[in-house]
Ligand binder design. Structure first.
Ligand SMILES: [Zn+2]
Length: 98
């Protein structure tokens, strides 16, 4: 009984076959969604690069080496002392002058 019901349901779906059109549309919107995702990912990547560039906003004025804005004053001092022992810290990193 149950088996026969199942078969007739399958046959019904097979002959009406509205699932083909629906499936096609579903495929299209799925592709569109994936394309959008790709775009979003690319945009996120771009802004990440932009952020990284902006983050490199500490520059040693003596050797023009750039540092992340998160570089601590201690690290800047270390750089100045190691690379430019004859220069003042503020000559390398004017922003550290208080
Ligand atoms: Zn330097």
């Amino acid at each position: 009984m149950c088996l026969r019901l199942g078969f007739s349901l399958l046959g019904l779906a097979g002959c009406c076959a509205p699932s083909d059109m629906g499936g096609g549309n579903g495929q299209k919107s799925k592709m569109a969604r994936e394309r959008n995702l790709e775009k979003q990912r690319a945009a996120a990547k771009g802004s990440q690069l932009e952020t990284n560039k902006k983050a490199m906003n500490i520059q040693c004025k003596v050797c023009m080496q750039t540092f992340m804005c998160t570089t601590s004053e201690v690290k800047c001092k270390e750089h100045a002392e190691a690379k430019h022992p004859k220069s003042d810290l503020s000559a390398c990193f004017p922003h550290l002058k208080k």
